[in-house]
Design a protein around this ligand. Structure first.
Ligand SMILES: Cc1cc2nc3c(=O)[nH]c(=O)nc-3n(C[C@H](O)[C@H](O)[C@H](O)COP(=O)(O)OP(=O)(O)OC[C@H]3O[C@@H](n4cnc5c(N)ncnc54)[C@H](O)[C@@H]3O)c2cc1C
Ligand code: SF4
Length: 508
């Protein structure tokens, strides 16, 4: 039996379906679960809030693209120690459509922490490695080739050499990347192996029905058991409700991402004593943007092609990055003369960012309108760790002849021209509110834990004490991954759904 992808025109009037399993969300975790459940012969329905994004819908106009295909138009913020943008895709394939496709396995030390601290002894065996092997092969993960680096990635190499960080081309899940640098607004080229292209087609081939523009509002229960979901059919932008839908199924898989999955649980009355959404976490970040003496043309070359791990701070990683210039400008700030100067300088710009597994505290709570209200608290000492690395990057850029460096740290000059002007980065008075950072790696809001009175799901992804309900997305990380999370989201979802479908954990 072959399935299909249903678009707004197909679902506009609403619908009521029955299936063996319903999967909420079609991103990294949801696609993987749908493919396995369908392959095992189950009748699967995937419900996805966003529409399908086709190559023709992809535009370099960042704000226009974000407003349609990112949640809250790309303007969602984490509040707490500061106000930090946090982005996630609202489209078929979820955030995998808009990310940079960097793929890393969980480092051994984090894997060991998950085993020790959350009792996940099952992660010690060969099953997790087999899952990574399958995923890396299927998504064609390979180091970014030199011919698509563009100068910006090579500037990152030179900066990291100066800082003393071992560095190399980043492994990415792409096939035929031409280095257009457009990853954050999709991939018109069709090179990025986002799950809408790489995994969902397999689910559809095995009969899965994929319902787009279908935003789940709550989980349905009967006698304490999850038996389906219901929600609204929404228009392409997600603003208007144009119908109602329900899907009844004895297996409900939540994969709406680390912000929306806990919200769905809370709105459905599953709180587990405050543990649902009570342990949210995100990687924190920092940046240095250098204006070099000659052209870099940062819009050329793979979006994030080069990087390296800090030998000094465990869990801190450096990466090249560029995005739509309008978005960089928004982060850079400035109006009038400042903005016009920035636009003149941008062709000479290169940016190095970092992601860091800081010890943060966070939470996600459902607002009345059903959106996540996420908070992140970052202790000052972790801010100081990031700021000191920003200082090193700034010194390296200046050493390479940069005219000035922008760090986004409040209280510092916007244009740092000498290393003395960067001394504020070494201050112990820096706090979260001073930092410019984006937190796109979000997780841990419904963590996996072997103990029934800890965490939210058991080692097989089943919600503690709620039969019929699984979670298979980034929510289940027991703690931050320290590396880009997509590969691990997919690997955990692969294991969770294979177990639920009685498929081998080791074979292809
Ligand atoms: C700009 C950006 C760059 C990134 N770069 C990288 C990278 O290079 N490498 C990497 O490893 N990671 C990267 N990440 C992170 C990575 O994309 C995520 O960790 C991963 O996609 C999370 O998978 P998920 O299944 O939990 O959520 P998602 O992939 O976000 O999927 C969740 C899906 O659920 C849908 N949904 C939400 N609520 C509902 C609802 N109520 N009803 C129906 N559907 C719903 C969403 O629309 C979405 O499609 C990046 C993220 C962003 C935003
Ligand atoms: S850099 Fe361009 S071609 Fe390469 S994966 Fe990203 S969007 Fe696609």
């Amino acid at each position: 039996m072959s399935g299909r992808i249903a678009h707004l025109a197909d679902v506009r009037g609403g619908y009521a379906l029955e299936a063996d399993a319903v999967v909420v969300g079609s991103g990294a975790g949801g696609a993987m679960a749908a493919a396995n459940l369908a392959r095992a012969g189950m009748d699967v329905v995937v419900v996805e809030a966003g529409p399908q994004v086709r190559p023709d819908d992809m535009t370099r106009d960042g704000p226009a693209f974000l407003s349609k295909y990112y949640w809250e138009g790309g303007l969602r913020m984490l509040l707490g120690s500061g106000a930090y943008p946090t982005m996630s895709g609202r489209c078929l394939g979820g955030s995998t459509v808009v990310n940079s496709a960097i793929f890393f396995r969980l480092p051994d030390w984090v894997r060991q922490a998950w085993i020790d601290e959350a009792g996940l002894s099952g992660l010690a065996g060969p099953e997790l490695d087999a899952a990574y092997d399958r995923i890396f092969t299927r998504l064609k993960v390979a180091p970014t080739p030199m011919h698509v680096m563009g100068r910006k990635n090579l500037v990152t190499r030179d900066v990291l050499d100066r800082v003393g960080v071992p560095n190399k081309p980043l492994p990415r899940a792409v096939d035929g990347c031409i280095g257009s640098g457009d990853c954050l607004t999709g991939c018109r080229q069709g090179a990025k192996q986002s799950v809408d292209r790489s995994v969902l087609p397999e689910a559809v081939d095995h009969g899965a029905r994929v319902m787009t523009c279908s935003q789940v509002e709550r989980i349905l229960f009967e006698d304490g058991r999850a038996v389906g979901v219901e929600g609204d059919v929404v228009d392409l932008d997600g603003w208007q409700k144009v119908g109602r839908f329900s899907v009844r199924a004895p297996r409900v898989f939540l994969a709406a991402g680390a912000l929306h999955t806990p919200v769905l649980m809370q709105r459905s009355g599953v709180r587990l004593g405050g543990r649902v959404g009570g342990t949210f976490a995100a990687h924190i970040s920092g940046l240095a943007l250098g204006i070099l003496p000659d052209d870099v043309r940062p819009w050329e070359g793979a979006t994030q092609g080069w990087g390296g791990f800090s030998p000094e701070v465990q869990g801190l990683k450096f990466e090249a990055l560029w995005g739509p210039t309008a978005l960089i400008a928004a982060e850079w700030g400035g109006l009038g003369r400042d903005l016009s100067q920035m636009l003149q300088d941008v062709r000479r710009a290169a940016m190095v960012v970092m992601v860091y597994r800081a010890k943060t505290k966070g939470s996600v709570r459902a607002t009345r309108s059903g959106m996540p209200d996420a908070r992140l608290w970052i202790p000052p000492e972790e801010i100081h760790v990031v700021a000191r690395q920003v200082h090193k990057l700034t010194a390296a850029f200046l050493d390479m002849g940069a005219e000035y460096v922008f760090t986004g740290v409040k209280g510092l000059p916007d244009r740092i021209r000498t290393i003395d002007e960067a001394s504020g980065l070494l201050s112990n008075r820096l706090r979260g509110r001073h930092m410019t950072m984006t937190a796109n790696h979000v997780f841990c809001s419904c963590p996996m834990d072997a103990r029934a009175d800890h965490g939210v799901v058991d080692p097989e992804g089943r919600v503690h004490g709620v039969p019929g309900l699984w979670i298979s997305d980034a929510s289940v990380f027991p703690s931050p991954s320290a590396v880009n999370p997509q590969a691990t989201v997919m690997a955990l979802s692969d294991l969770i759904s294979r177990r639920a479908a009685d498929l081998s954990l080791l074979d292809a």
